[in-house]
Design a binder for this molecule. Structure first.
Ligand code: ACO
Length: 325
């Protein structure tokens, strides 16, 4: 009998410090950086984001999301045999944020590692966990997306600092005789490294180069829409399904205009798209599990429905995953 993996619980966590566009505009003005609520809303759909306090790391946000997901799944930390954390803002250079989270959770002993695929990280991590469950290497996985992107933002660069936020989302993924995850499709093309990156690196105890996020927004936008459409179509084809079979699109929450363009290409009404970018901003690898948990808890998304998760981000990386909830 084929072995599948199912999402049995979701959770999410946002730091308490919430900044509306008005709050951010006022804060940036003190640094001589000019922007406006109108510009941010019109170009991105973002109205607010959350920033973690000093000393709060990705593993701290991930821990709260993980506890909620475990509770929803009716599991305890000791049931977990695999932890994968998708993050581009790890607590340390090493060890992995997954190891730090594992210790905070009290799930010591299970396999734990990070996936670094920037905004596609959660889709990558879920696909890897699904593969490990299918092969029998794991049976109860915790998959987390956690980011403190505020730490790598250049608050003098208005073209990027208004876009991102901090947060975490998590799912418990368990072995099952019924699906569950139906198909996934992952890609990367390293020739696009320069359009979205944090180019600095650690050397001799300091950072060489720039440790803050750089982005060519228009180049990212143009690439993102086409790649998201192709990943969505490839994933549906692998499952012998079509766009008509999708109950909900749960896209990476980067920009409402990217989501609208993708939905249009897939002939999906925006009524079938889970949108949280307005309240969270772009939380990179955390954005999909944050959106998923919000939709599950509000009752928007229901058990038995078919969801297409899709992400795109630095690398360039992109991917999609089809799952029956
Ligand atoms: N406030 C006010 N004005 C601004 C701001 C700001 N925060 N940022 C840029 N501008 C100005 C620019 O200086 C420019 O002014 P000019 O015409 O006088 O030169 C004008 O606005 C237009 O700038 P563009 O860069 O052309 O604006 P665009 O419509 O492309 O929107 C944006 C920029 C929102 C970044 C868009 O390109 C985008 O969404 N790209 C996708 C990138 C993305 O979402 N990345 C997230 C990470 S990757 C991922 O998650 C997929």
């Amino acid at each position: 009998m084929k072995r599948y993996s199912r999402i049995t619980g979701t959770g999410s966590f946002l730091p308490t410090r919430r900044l509306t566009n008005a709050d951010l505009v006022a804060e940036l003005a003190t640094k001589g950086v000019e922007t406006s609520d109108e510009w941010i809303v019109e170009r991105t759909g973002i109205r607010a984001r959350h920033f973690a306090s000093d000393g709060v790391h990705s593993s701290d946000l991930g821990l709260e999301a993980a506890k909620m997901a475990l509770q929803a799944a009716g599991r305890v930390a000791q049931d977990i045999d695999l932890i994968i954390v998708a993050t581009s803002t790890p607590d340390m250079v090493f060890p992995s944020t997954a190891c730090i989270l594992q210790n905070k959770l009290g799930a010591n002993g299970c396999a734990a590692f990070d996936v670094q695929a920037v905004c596609s990280g959660f889709v990558y991590a879920l696909a890897v966990a699904d593969s490990m469950i299918q092969t029998g290497a794991a049976k109860c996985a915790l998959v987390v997306g956690a980011e403190v992107f505020s730490r790598i933002l250049d608050f003098k660069d208005r073209t990027t600092c208004v876009l991102f936020g901090d947060g975490a989302g998590a799912v418990v993924l368990e072995a099952s005789e019924t699906p569950g995850i139906l198909a996934s499709d992952l890609h990367a093309d390293g020739k696009h490294v320069g359009i979205l990156c944090v180019p600095g690196h650690v050397s001799g105890g300091g950072i060489l180069g720039d440790p803050l996020l750089k982005m060519d927004g228009q180049a990212v936008f143009k690439l993102a829409v086409g790649l998201l459409e192709s990943a969505a179509r490839a994933t549906l084809a692998k499952a012998n399904l079509t766009e008509a079979d999708i109950d909900w699109l749960v896209p990476h929450q980067a920009n409402i205009r990217i989501m609208q363009s993708t939905a249009r290409k897939l002939k999906l009404s925006m009524d079938k798209v889970v949108v949280t970018v307005d309240q969270h901003g772009n939380t990179s690898a955390a954005s999909i599990p944050l959106a998923l948990d919000a939709a599950v808890r509000s009752g928007q998304v229901k058990p038995g429905q078919t969801l297409l998760l899709e992400g795109v981000g630095g690398g360039f990386t992109w991917g999609a995953l089809l799952v029956i909830l």
